[in-house]
Structure formats: C-alpha cells, structure tokens
Design a binder for this molecule. Structure first.
Ligand SMILES: *Cc1c(COP(=O)(O)O)cnc(C)c1O
Length: 354
C-alpha cells in the first residue's frame, strides 16, 4: 500500500527529543522560544507565537484581535472544520464564500457581496498548499477595514508573489499536525508583524496571564511543549527539502498523468500539501485505487457551508461540486521513484475516466 501521508522523522528528531527529555524541561520553555524565533525568521515576520495545535492558533488569533459575539467573519466554504469553528469559539458568525473552481480557494470576487457592517475579518485558507489570490483579498480588507487571518495550516513555505504565506495578512496561522508539510505531532504557530497582536496572543495562549497568577483576560492552556518544539526545530531545517520533494512528485504527475492536472496560479509557489485531482464517478475511482494499493484522501467530502452546525445561508455550487469530485493521491516526501511510478500506472489505468 502506498500511503497518502507518512511522517518524515529521522534520527535528528529523535536525538533532539531525547535531549529535551534528559533536560527535564518538558513544558513550554527555551526550546519553544527558539522554535518561535526560527519560524518567524523563516516566514519573514517579526513575531511568532507557538501553540499546541493549529486549531488553538486560529482561536488565539481571533481572540487576540477581539473578534466577539455579533461580529461576522468571512471565510471559505471549502476547508477543514477548524477554519470556521474558531469563529464560533469567539461566539461570532462565520459567513461563507464560495470557491474558485480552479484553485479551490475562496473566490475573492464573491467576497464583497457578503460584507456587512458587522464584518470584522477575513480568513482565507491556502488549501492543498496553494496560496489564495491575496492581492484582491488585501485590497478588500484595506477598503473595508478588515483584519486578514491567513489559515496557512497547509502552506508552510508556500509563496504568493514571492512572499511567504503567513506573512501577507495581519496574522498567519500554521499547524504541525502529523500529516502537514512540517510536523511536531500536534502543534501550531501564529505569525504576525504586529507587536500588540503578538503580545495579546502570548497572553491568551497562557491563561491570559501577564505576571504569574495575574490574569488580565480570558485565556487558555494552548502552550506548546519543549518536546514538540525540538521536533519542529529539526523539521524547520528540512522544510525546503521536504517541500521540494512534494513539488518534484507533483511535477512528475504533471508530466505523466493522463487526466486534468491541478491548476497552479502563476502568482504562487504551491507546496503541494495535497495533490488533488477531480473525477466524476469518485466511488468507482477510489475502489480502483484501493484494489491496486494506492492510498487516497478526500478533502473535504462535505463543504463547511453544508455542515449543519454553521446553519449557513446561501448557495455554494462550486464547493458542493468539488466536495463530490475531489480526491487526493499520494505526493508526500517519503515516496520513492517506484511509488510515484506505480501511482501513475494505477491512475492512468483507470477505465471509467470521463
Ligand atoms: C490542519 C488544519 C487546521 C487545524 O490544525 P490542527 O493542528 O489539526 O488543529 C486548520 N485549518 C486547516 C486548513 C488545516 O488543514
């Protein structure tokens, strides 16, 4: 079986974790601070604040800019649950916008029709590792005085017009969950150039504390451990190599697959968190993959706009059709040449192709 995802953990990560365990300093400490400094430098922001998941990073980001009950937050109809559930965590309302059928990212030309006096922020999500059309989004945000929080949980090292994802909006949010482009098992990061936001995010991550046992605002225990940060520091040294492997696998598929390839905008560096194709009769296609030992994933089978929890209004035809047709095939950096050759052979031998 060729796995869709496989963590790339080497002896360097094991040694780094062992060192932390031996030190006895397991919780948030100097290793986390070092990871934050290195990550900020890599993304190109002044500040980075580590958390224990991408979800807690998203929640912290919204809380740090004061999103509250009655506020509306514009986001994409097609992403992982946490892109929108973080809005509910602040008792605010997510307002979904349909996606661009080529990139699967929020369609910037549909944003303005969804703005109201209550709109406070936009959360574009860089799906599958391809940054959104950020120029349009930033222009809308400037004109309407909105905060932009990039959900870059699938886009570590991706670029839009040669600028790294997570450094374009007011805040960037990353995840280091075990399947992402770089990993710590569970983990997250907030990136920003805004000192006030950075300070508030640090406070919220740690029970709203300013001094020991002095709590200035509602906060949480969203702290990262030194153990996770030790893995993250090693992974960060490998990030460009890991992304290059993904991109090279994607390039090979682009040359070899005899079906429609994923669209890549000329404005971006796409880091292929997923290599996602479309098929009309997906159940038959995935049965074919299963029979032939090729792993796959469906991101996502239900659009956010159709999740009953959000009770959303409106029509989301593009996201709905995508949710029925998308399927991601293995593109992860652990794949050998023989693996990608086999994936090509299996996909190209599918008969029911439309
Ligand atoms: C993974 C992911 C998250 C959440 O990150 P966790 O670390 O799993 O909490 C949020 N948004 C997107 C787009 C993701 O892919």
């Amino acid at each position: 079986m060729i796995q869709l995802t496989k963590p790339e953990i080497g002896k360097e990560e094991i040694e780094a974790v062992t060192e932390v365990l031996r030190s006895g300093m397991l919780a948030q400490g100097e290793v986390v601070e070092e990871f934050e400094r290195e990550f900020a430098a890599y993304i190109g922001t002044d500040y980075a604040i580590a958390t224990n998941s991408g979800t807690s990073a998203l929640h912290t980001a919204l809380a740090s800019v004061g999103i509250k009950e009655g506020d509306e937050v514009i986001t994409t109809a097609f992403s992982f649950f946490a892109t929108a559930s973080c809005v509910l965590m602040q008792n605010a309302t997510p307002v979904f916008v349909d996606i661009d059928p080529k990139t699967y990212n929020i369609d910037p030309f549909r944003i303005e029709a969804n703005l109201s006096e209550r709109t406070k922020a936009i959360i574009p999500a860089h799906l599958y590792g391809q940054p959104c059309e950020m120029s349009e989004i930033i222009d809308i945000a400037k004109e309407h005085n909105l905060i932009v929080i990039e959900d870059a949980a699938q886009a570590h090292g991706a670029e839009y017009k040669a600028i790294r994802a997570g450094s374009i909006g007011d805040i960037g949010v990353f995840s280091f969950y075990a399947t992402k482009n770089i990993i710590t098992g569970e983990g997250g990061m907030i990136t920003t150039n805004n000192e006030v936001i950075a300070e508030r995010a640090r406070m919220i991550r740690n029970h709203g504390q300013t001094k020991r046992y002095f709590h200035e605002c509602l906060g949480y225990n969203y702290r990262m451990t030194n153990i996770a940060a030790a893995i993250g520091l090693v992974q960060l040294q490998k990030i460009d190599m890991l992304n290059l492997k993904r991109m090279s696998n994607a390039r090979y598929y682009g040359e070899q697959l005899n079906l429609k390839k994923p669209y890549v905008s000329p404005n971006v560096k796409h880091v292929f968190h997923q290599y996602t194709i479309r098929v009309k009769d997906r159940d038959k296609f995935i049965a074919h993959l299963e029979r032939n030992g090729v792993g796959y994933g469906i991101y996502y089978p239900v659009p956010l706009s159709s999740q009953p929890l959000f009770n959303s209004q409106g029509v989301f035809d593009v996201a709905e059709l995508a949710s029925k047709e998308v399927v991601s095939i293995p593109v992860n950096p652990s794949l050998k040449r023989a693996d990608v050759e086999k994936v090509v052979k299996v996909v190209n031998s599918y008969e029911g192709r439309s």
